[in-house]
Ligand binder design. Sequence first.
Ligand SMILES: Cc1cc2nc3c(=O)[nH]c(=O)nc-3n(C[C@H](O)[C@H](O)[C@H](O)COP(=O)(O)OP(=O)(O)OC[C@H]3O[C@@H](n4cnc5c(N)ncnc54)[C@H](O)[C@@H]3O)c2cc1C
Length: 450
Amino acid sequence: MTLKTNPTRTKLSGWGRFPVLDARTLAPRGMEALKELVLSEPSLIARGNGRSYGDSAINTKATIETRHLNRMITFDPVSGQLVAEAGVLLCDIIDVFLPRGWFLLITPGTKFVTIGGAIAADVHGKNHHKEGSFRSCVDWIDVMGSDGVIQRCSSIENPTLFDYTMGGMGLTGIILRAAIRLRPVETAWIRQTTIAATDLSAVMAAFESTLDSTYSVAWIDCLGSGSRLGRSIVMVGEHAKVEQLPQKLAKSPFRTQIKRKWVVPFDFPSTTLNHLSVRLFNSLYYFAGSLKKGYRLVDWDTFFYPLDSILEWNRIYGKKGFSQFQCVLPLDRSKNGLTALLTEISAAGAGSFLAVLKRFGSQQSAFSFPMEGYTLALDFPVNSKTLVLLDRLDQITIDHGGRFYLAKDSRMSAATLHASDQRVEDMKMYRSSLVNAARFSSTQSERLEL
Ligand SMILES: Cc1cc2nc3c(=O)[nH]c(=O)nc-3n(C[C@H](O)[C@H](O)[C@H](O)COP(=O)(O)OP(=O)(O)OC[C@H]3O[C@@H](n4cnc5c(N)ncnc54)[C@H](O)[C@@H]3O)c2cc1C
């Protein structure tokens, strides 16, 4: 029996809305229909919820949407292991399991991503320094290769396929389902401590002195210069226990106020984001943050996903879209590298509303992004000036031994990627050892010659 999946032609982009490509998309309903596509499409890539910023989840010939692979299959309340299909969204896991006392072990800064996307990018959260990337919570995954054969893999079973699929950006096959471990929590609240750091040395000292804390993240004023270079608001957090809540909240520890969602109703004109408005926003944010310094309780949504309360915030950057720059620099070269990057950005006056700094712990993996050190992420509206600036930031990163996050990339050159990451050749070799893995390809993987 044939389970024909009808294709649709659509304009497709990532979260940054750059580039926008005319792509053929197919959304199979179930594993058999998916297998038919995998066996028949000469070139294809899986797509989760399109929250990567660039073109990693686009193949103009066949983009395979996983939105119908959305079943949660089993849950073990003793170990916290959830088995679910790859298209399940993290927000749905939170909806179902937080009221029952479970939260994600590792989560990126948006809950609107799929399990498949989280695995393929091996995403990180605010706790990488302590608990690692998404792979820390993955017990096993089932991956369909280009021959339609499904292989279960884990750190013990088919470990090489597991290693290259975690962070492999969909280039080793289609992730069908996964077993991930959730974290037991007593409440839906986070005990947050806010620290105002006046410069880069202070923010790095704050990270280094809070390495024992579960979560830490800094918003960094990317336009601060001179003695203000790197000034930041650092937020450190722990899951609150019931006895740490005020009596009123302790009665229903998982109940938090439903937050009002704001929607950006139209594309902002490109002039909205100019040097003055960004500088003003950054200064106000720093001063507002420094007023809140010290301890307070915040709900999980505010702590982990501050941007999710503004739906379609990517429209703020205008019709031409934006590009996120995210690099990681090795620990011993982070201070110099960050100084050079921030000096270049503030001199160009082209920073973004929100720039984020995190401390990564060590990580051994075949192709995942993190390494021990500091990661800086910030957005730039796409225009000829910022594209030149981004090339300069790439070079500074390479000069300081850093590398780039493919989930955020939309414009890097193949030469830049290859110069930044010696593991690229190993990844290519591994792909050539798989049956026809070259058929799994995205616009990004073609651009980057992966
Ligand atoms: C506001 C915001 C904040 C973010 N914060 C963070 C952060 O803090 N940390 C972080 O690490 N990331 C962060 N991200 C990036 C995001 O977590 C990743 O890009 C993630 O991969 C997106 O998941 P998705 O389901 O939308 O996947 P998509 O964007 O659709 O796809 C991403 C990649 O996964 C592959 N893929 C998806 N599903 C499958 C599958 N079933 N099988 C094989 N391959 C698959 C695609 O081919 C593609 O290469 C953020 C993104 C946004 C928009």
